[in-house]
Write a protein of this length. Structure first.
Length: 276
């Protein structure tokens, strides 16, 4: 107490010693560094251009979804810590979630988020490192399991919709073009070796160019096209009697459009192209 009184005695009456907000200065320095990096990096600068092209409604929806995500992140921390006998407030849970996200973004391979969250819980909430580490591991495993489950369900639903729509398009199209390629031809040398390390992948590249050119030519004639890649390839090859040295790549439905829809908003050339 005497030491404290001696330290305070040197200060003018009515004034308290101010603490330097190191955390805020650190965040400000990081923001300035990111902005400077964006000024001298063409690809990073495209991010701001993309954001400026977003509609206000979608941008607001994205911000709202992000806020809800942060709140759920904080609540997951609270529930897991409560199961171990430790309680933190909603604000503390939200701060922990934002802290982990921040350090994940500024560290290589997003390795700094969890260690800083554990250190924060130990410093400000007096939660042992073993408890906080176990909670973070359980949270990580739950996230991975949920991500895999949602991905599988989404893929099944998407594939089902494509498989359901394609038969309708095939039956209603007045003309159906089957695109094939000759096996072991594109990307090979005369002695049978691969030309590049892409091996036989060049045939898909060439088929894409050919399909695009075909569709553009049909568009000039007032025709509409639909490129389809989801179908029973084996049965269709047998039905079309495709030669054994060829493989069926895609189906292109051709016909006059029942209605002309508007083209979606395109990205600018400065976004799609980069140069040095």
């Amino acid at each position: 107490m005497e030491n404290m009184e001696k330290k305070d005695a040197g200060l003018p009456a009515g004034k308290k010693k101010r603490k330097i907000p190191w955390s805020m200065l650190y965040i400000l320095a990081t923001v300035v560094a990111v902005l400077l990096f964006g000024l001298f990096n063409q690809q990073f600068g495209n991010v701001f251009h993309t954001i400026s092209n977003l509609t206000p409604g979608f941008l607001s929806l994205g911000v709202l979804i992000s806020l809800v995500y942060f709140l759920f992140e904080g609540e997951i921390f609270r529930l897991l810590l409560r199961s171990q006998g430790y309680r933190i407030s909603v604000v503390e849970g939200l701060k922990n979630a934002l802290l982990g996200l921040y350090y994940s973004y500024i560290t290589p391979s997003s390795t700094g988020g969890q260690p800083m969250q554990s250190a924060y819980l130990l410093r400000d909430n007096k939660i042992p490192a073993g408890i906080s580490t176990a909670v973070l591991i359980v949270k990580f495993m739950c996230f991975q399991c949920a991500f895999v489950l949602v991905s599988v369900v989404s893929f099944i639903g998407m594939y089902g919709n494509l498989a359901a729509n394609n038969p309708t398009i095939i039956r209603s199209a007045p003309l159906l073009v089957a695109q094939t390629f000759v096996k072991n031809r594109c990307g090979y040398e005369r002695d049978g070796s691969f030309t590049t390390d892409r091996e036989d992948g060049w045939q898909y590249y060439d088929c894409g160019i050919a399909a695009q050119t075909f569709c553009l030519a049909a568009h000039d004639l007032g025709l509409a096209t639909v490129i389809m890649g989801v179908f029973d390839r084996k049965r269709l090859q047998e039905y079309l009697q495709v030669p054994e040295d060829q493989e069926l790549m895609a189906l292109i439905a051709v016909g006059y459009p029942a209605q002309v829809g508007g083209a979606p908003k395109r990205k600018g050339v400065d976004v799609l192209l980069s140069w040095k």
